[in-house]
Design a protein around this ligand. Structure first.
Ligand code: AMP
Length: 569
């Protein structure tokens, strides 16, 4: 594994990135940095946001800038103001120990005067949106004749936002003897055209497969009648009480309508689209970044500038017209080593789109059933129990009220009291979903994969049921249990069936072929002070004694596809 030192980067850069926590180069950096340190070698990088591409082009540029010359030597063009600011901020952090380095971000939707001032004072690097760059070029304030490095970041986004003519103008203005680096998540024909016209024998550097979405994203879809789309959305959202995601809609009107309905029904949601002023957009994005909002209902264009790394879900309220847009949407989750789910709600006339997407992404899409009331109530209930388990009690604040509370509740037994407390939340969902209809479309009417797992369920007999003395009390969840098995066995291809979790122990079904391997992997294993014990079980486990001991029948979360997975950094 190469390290940043091996690239021969300046010690000022090394100190700064070490402070930022960069220990080793990401896959794209490992490829681009040594390559870009060679003068005049053009390059196309197929990479998405979140892969570390900013340092991939930023560090070699910083290494080679001539601080003696106060001319614009590096020009970075990117689609949005937010990305512009993000790249500039990253460059400032990389150059923390190089105070002589001067950079400015120029973008629309903000006063041009400070940007003009900064340009006049002399900068080495400009990060710009194409529209504002053209404006400044026309005013003869952006002087690009000394540019040595030209970066086109998220080039496919710039093209789909209609910046082709601006890019042509800017590319033609820069000197021919420069190094051009083009980054794009996808490779549409227009990118090939740009490469053919303006780049010299570019090398193609790609991390992961061509056109592949994020590795850690699971793709799921629900099939409903168009009239049930909103009801299905609500059920999906209700199924995941801790959801933190973006709901993508096609038009501004639809975005507003869905957001209004969600907000009206008490969901922690807000809206983001182009009809809002920049200040309103900033406000909403900020609330979302700070997780004060759980759901953001957005159009593709408006969500472009939003850089959030830990979304749990992306929901396609509609599939986009252009399938490549799906790659961008779904790539917003499953970042920075985390897993995420991209959910599409599709109607009965769209069956052909799923195989097309599967082909484009080389990934299997899983068809899910729109959850019914009981499934939702169960998830909500256990999410509430998790919250109760972990909530911090503020003794001093609640203290004065406790005596009155105890005396009011003293006539109830413990079990009764627990039931009453959880019912406060449970009843809300129960009554809402009491007569909820089945929203699923009959599978036989349409050309969709079967409901459920997207492939035939494994025969139950081919699973082995293993007892493990870890449960919710040990802060275990179904996913962490699966994660533990992955870690202990060292591979992720073992299929997991049903998981039943109780406080102090769990039962987990594993592919029988790996039964011995899984059992053996827990030898001499201690987790948070518990010596882990595993046992093979053939019976159906302990009898239920009281409701709170009832095993929770979790659906096993789908794991990321295995064999060919690249280890993420
Ligand atoms: P980017 O794709 O450039 O937006 O980077 C995504 C995130 O990864 C940013 O927060 C970077 O600071 C971070 N990052 C980039 N390179 C590395 C690295 N080598 N090690 C750790 N984090 C990194």
């Amino acid at each position: 594994m190469s390290s940043f030192e091996e690239f021969g980067l300046r010690k000022e850069i090394l100190s700064a990135i070490t402070e930022m926590g960069f220990e080793e180069p990401t896959p794209i950096q490992a490829e681009t940095i040594p390559y870009l340190l060679i003068p005049n070698a053009d390059m196309i990088g197929l990479a998405q946001t979140g892969t570390g591409k900013t340092a991939g082009f930023g560090l070699p540029i910083l290494q080679q800038i001539d601080f003696g010359q106060k001319t614009i030597q590096a020009l970075v063009l990117c689609p949005t103001r937010e990305l512009c600011m993000q790249i500039t901020k990253d460059m400032q952090r990389f150059s923390k120990y190089m105070p002589e380095f001067k950079i400015v971000a120029v973008y629309g939707g903000a006063s041009i005067q400070p940007q003009i001032q900064a340009l006049k004072s002399g900068v080495h690097m400009v990060v710009a949106t194409p529209g504002r760059a053209i404006d400044l070029l026309n005013r003869k304030l952006l002087k690009v004749q000394h540019v040595k490095w030209l970066v086109l970041d998220e080039a496919d986004e710039m093209l789909s936002m209609g910046f082709k003519d601006d890019l042509d103008t800017l590319l033609a203005e820069t000197p021919p003897a420069k190094q051009t680096m083009l980054f794009s998540a996808t490779m549409p024909n227009e990118i090939r055209e740009i490469a053919g016209t303006y780049m010299h024998d570019p090398v193609l550097i790609s991390v992961g497969k061509k056109n592949s979405g994020a590795e850690n994203v699971q793709h799921e879809f629900y099939v409903v009648h168009a009239k049930d789309r909103y009801a299905a959305l609500k059920r999906i959202v209700d199924l995941y009480p801790l959801i933190y995601g973006i709901v993508f809609c096609r038009t501004r009107a639809e975005t507003q309508e869905v957001a209004d309905k969600l907000m009206g029904e008490g969901y922690n949601a807000d809206v983001l689209h182009g009809d809002l002023s920049q200040a309103q957009r900033d406000f909403v994005m900020n609330r979302f970044r700070l997780k004060h909002l759980q759901l953001l209902v957005a159009t593709d264009v408006a969500a472009r500038g939003l850089d959030v790394n830990d979304l749990t879900h992306v929901i396609n309220y509609n599939l986009p017209d252009e399938l490549e847009v799906y790659i961008h949407r779904s790539g917003r989750t499953g970042r920075a080593g985390k897993t995420g789910t991209s959910i599409s709600i599709i109607h009965t006339r769209e069956p052909q789109k799923i195989p097309q997407l599967e082909k484009l992404l080389s990934k299997k899409f899983i068809r899910r059933e729109v959850p019914g009331g009981m499934e939702i109530c169960k998830n909500q209930l256990f999410s509430l129990i998790d919250k109760v388990e972990t909530v911090e009690v503020n003794e001093s604040q609640i203290g004065p009220f406790l005596e009155g509370i105890y005396s009011k509740l003293s006539r109830f037994e413990r079990d009764e009291l627990i039931k009453k407390f959880v019912s406060v939340e449970f009843n809300r969902f129960l009554s809402f979903y009491e007569n909820a209809p089945d929203l699923n479309v009959n599978v036989h009417d349409h050309k969709f994969p079967e409901r459920g797992e997207g492939k035939p369920r494994r025969d139950r007999a081919s699973f082995s049921r293993i007892f493990i003395n870890l449960g919710t009390k040990n802060n275990m969840t179904p996913s962490s249990l699966i994660g533990l098995i992955n870690d202990r066995t060292g591979h992720k291809s073992i299929q997991i069936g049903k998981i039943e979790m109780m406080k102090k122990f769990s039962f987990i079904e594993v592919d029988s072929r790996f039964e011995r391997e899984v059992m053996g992997s827990f030898r001499d294993c201690n987790i948070d002070g518990v010596d882990v014990a595993v046992e093979l079980k053939t019976s159906e486990g302990p009898k239920e004694r009281s409701w709170e001991k009832r095993p929770v029948d979790f659906k096993s979360p789908k794991r990321k596809s295995n064999r060919n997975d690249k280890k993420r950094w």
